[in-house]
Design a protein around this ligand. Sequence first.
Ligand code: WTA
Length: 650
Amino acid sequence: MSESTQLEGRFPPPPELAAEANVKADAYEEAARDRLGFWETQARRLSWEKEWDRVLDWDKPPFAKWFVGGKLNVAYNCLDRHVEAGHGDRVAYHWEGEPGDTRTLTYGELTQEVCRAANALLKLGVQAGDRVAIYMPMIPETVIAMLACARIGAVHMVVFGGFSADALASRITDAGAVLVITSDGGYRRGAPSALKPAVDDAVSRTDSVRNVVVVKRTGQDVEWNEGRDLWWDDVVARQSPEHTPEAFDAEHPLYIMYTSGTTAKPKGILHTTGGYLTQVSWTHWAVFDLKPDRDVFWTAADVGWVTGHSYIVYGPLSNRATSVMYEGTPDTPHKGRWWDIIQRYKVSILYTAPTTIRTFMKWGEDIPAEYDLSSLRLLGSVGEPINPEAWLWYHKNIGGGRCPIMDTWWQTETGAHMITPLPGVTTLKPGSAQTPIPGVSAKVVDDEGNELGDDSTGLLVLTEPWPSMLRTIWGDDDRYVDTYWSRFGKNVYFAGDGAKKDADGDIWLLGRVDDVMNVSGHRISTTEVESALVSHPTVAEAAVVGASDPTTGQGIVAFVILRGNVTEEQSGEELVQTLRLHVRREIGPIASPRQIMVVQELPKTRSGKIMRRLLRDVAENRELGDVTTLTDSSVMELISEKLPAAPSED
Ligand code: WTA
């Protein structure tokens, strides 16, 4: 930490922001006095058709029910109530396609589109509780589809458009989706990239899907399955723009989002209605200090991840924010694309990931310097620890030295921000997420679960239920209990992250402590990549580790042992390429290994466990640690000799 300690400064809240901040320091005291009362107050920011009888039912931990007996409609809260209050002409989204085409959707227009889509879903026989898969690029219809599901009580299951047909198929099967909403394709890196072929492939291997609804985005040719496939324009456009929303139980399922865990099988994280919207809405308003009449808010992430669900869709819309939504990549057609967007739409709040910030650092500060970024007043970071160097770069070169940075720690499972500074309250420390939000209780514990004091390092746990917590893993209550609530008992949520508490009691996140890698802010399990590799006919055994990477946080490094029948000539660079492609096909491009090394042996303990720590040392080009527990320590020498030099900074 010596280097970062040097860089550590302290950044008190800007006085004007602090004076007008949505949330002041007393929120912490209020929540500490009466945690459930605090969350009730935040729930009342929403419109409920029926209020709850009980704030929290935690009689059977770890199965929580929040706002028991309450009823509300999420889409009504995100749309109609703003229109009814006279804000129908306010812009909900300034959308921009990668080729430069734009669309502006007001709250009034978005409400009508969502009603049309809801009516179309009903016509197609989708009922409350049915699961609908959404596999889309970053276009307005993605948001419209999600809200249409929420409006009729169908459970959406968005699969990131970068995932493969295999990944989509397994998620459709696990969720039992009856409908898939997709598009012909989307624009990425200057070219149309297809989505429909993956859907055709995936759906042919599942048996729950009745219809596939296809949005026309790129106009590319698509195969058509008569009777099953329908154009979005044909089924949605002719529907009535009116639909009366029905209020659903606070615990009615809202969505499933699959995420990686320590095993190969992704977990369907289930979020429900009332508690989720309460915490997402409040954190979006509190942490970003959102002023709906003045701010232009931009979460530069994909809707296909939880960050997009909570902070492109539900948080901003529930707060009547004006958001920017951008389809493509940051360097298309030039490396100043984001800054151009900020300048044109006068974005005032930008929320993105450290990996992207480090990429911008590599491209150089001259690029953002060419644009007028003076509209920005607040910045956010999410997905992985932000190193102090990147924090300071972001602060100076994007925030002009005046914008506080909210380093928000949370997970797919937590649904919303959990540990983060508050912009009008916290004196910032670059690199630290600092403090649990009011109403959330986080601790750092040792391996036995004993709470650690200041100035110590251990594991992060959450010791009280929170409104937007996951309710279970879809279809697998046992796995839910085992994964999160067994290590320290049924009242303590184990997050899987290491954490340090500094001398002031501020929390620093230190990365995953389990077999989950964090590549560009995306969770990928080592086992998932290993099973993809061994599913290839040439591979006998595989071990995968996450090695630190200057840009992506971690990079995937794989060690493979080939089957006996693979000859020396077949095992060259060509095979490595084949294996890389195979992983892309099985999981998706984000899981593609940075390096694949063909080895004769893997280092194992006497009990046969692969020693990942040693492989990580090799992958990161470190001096090897202790090898005395290895069955055969010469294995490591053989592996190290094989190793090409680690990739340099660029
Ligand atoms: C990591 C993304 C440090 C962490 C919202 C967590 C972070 C995992 C931060 C969840 C942060 C996320 N500082 N680490 N500010 N934010 N993480 O489910 O390891 O895709 O457990 O949710 O990302 O990733 P997920």
